[in-house]
Design a protein around this ligand. Sequence first.
Ligand code: GLC
Length: 561
Amino acid sequence: MDKKTWWKEAVVYQIYPRSFQDSTGSGVGDLNGITQRLDYLKDLGVDVIWLSPVYASPNVDNGYDISDYRAIMDEFGTMEDFDRLLAESHKRGLRILMDLVVNHSSDRHPWFIESRSSVDNPKRDWYIWRDGFNGGCHPEGGLPNDLRSVFSGSAWEKDEKTGQYYMHNFAAAQPDLNWANPDVRNAVYDMMGFWLDKGVDGFRMDVIDAIDKPPTALAVSGGKADTCFGNPGVHKYLREMNQKVLSRYDIMTVGETSSVTVDTAPLYAGNDGKELNMVFQFEHTWVDHDKTLGKWKPLPLDLPKLKKILSRWQTALHGRAWNSLYWDNHDQPRIVSRFGNDSTEELRILSAKMLAACLHMMQGTPYIYQGEELGMTNYPFTRLEECNDVEIRNAYRELVTEKKLLTHEEMMKGIRKLSRDNARTPMQWDDGKNAGFSAGTPWMGINPNYKTINAASQVHDPESVFSFYKRLIRLRKEHPVIVYGDYELLLPEDEKLFVYRRRFEDTGLLVVCNFTPNRITGIDIGALRSDGDKLLIGNYRDTEPDEKIIRPYEAKVYLKN
Ligand code: GLC
């Protein structure tokens, strides 16, 4: 059996501080706003809060470009506000996970300002600098090689001061740190100690699988370059980080690792505990992406494919490593608009609950992204000006303006379905001014559906999406089978139903989820049930006596005790 630990039994809630609660009327969420809402989170029943970055930042990528790792972003408040948030959280038994963004810094970080100042500056080697190919006078523009940025275009930016190029996996304002330099690593470890000594409870590690760059990604060739993600050398650094920092504290760590596979997950998050506690895998988030145009050309959901991916992660990691479970985060669209159905209120509520049950009954630590517990939906973007995200803007420029691979309408369709900004609109607290998010002008548009979809209308309604999440969280605390049980997928080829079983000692679960707006007949749930089991939770008020009928977006979980 998996060794018992608190972080395996915990449920995490992610806050994107900019969009959570504004306490000053600036239009931007802040730390005191979060502190004001801690009782809401306590009521929901979560154990850990993951804060997206709250450090000083020029906000090219909304805090994922850090200019001072030991200071709080002005817009979010002060270090005293942070200390109060931490203390108030701990008082309520809530732990705080910080976002650790150390693959890159901001180009305004003093380290980079020094680094770019001259080729022989002592901090030059803290970042990754290369000559252009052929000394920079190559017809292709002299780029060292064809390495691409995740945010479109080349990963190399020429710096006029010295004529060399620096490497950035993300925006040009996010230069990658050079982890091969021990001084960089030690500076990062010191900074981690600063936060841990303050009492924070762990880290979510941003793109941590990219910190080790293979020489074949950085070679000056004028041509092909390998990816920086998932180079095996990353494990050497994570082991060092674990020995020097993580192992000295009782904390929780989760790595954001888009390159991880079921084969490499045990290295990062194996039961031997040499690196991290768990990782975020990405495979299920790509299931509806086009092969070449990615998220900008959404595909319909292929349920057998989704089931295959999630089930592979469930079975491969059981007893060996630990899963993270998520549908949403600040980089993903809203799940109810993605794999669920937001076309009517009734279907939105049913499908939001179904998706929650489907995920929360699996093995791993579940993550809830702010507003997911209300069934918040995607935003009806029609103009590029409504979008803020650097990823969207860069992709629009490349795919629509420059390469003309998509029309404006096609791109907007992709943005509405799968872009990150869907997750970043302000939290919908109530049906009052600006959805209760801010007394000023919100930094980003509020979803016009806030009059119907908001926290105030849900917290006291036993039938709400919020109350359903609350029950799922409580059930996880009551039934060890949810945390520690094994997993078996049933009906793998079925295109409408996601059905699986969990087993732990003498107990078991049967989870049945209808991913369609149709009534399904013909599958006999009665035949799959175990003797003496009982309905533990379902998303319909009544039960359907005919076990051969499964209603639109129905979710049912049976427990055998
Ligand atoms: C991670 C973050 C994302 C950010 C990127 C660069 O993927 O989750 O929001 O843009 O890293 O830091």
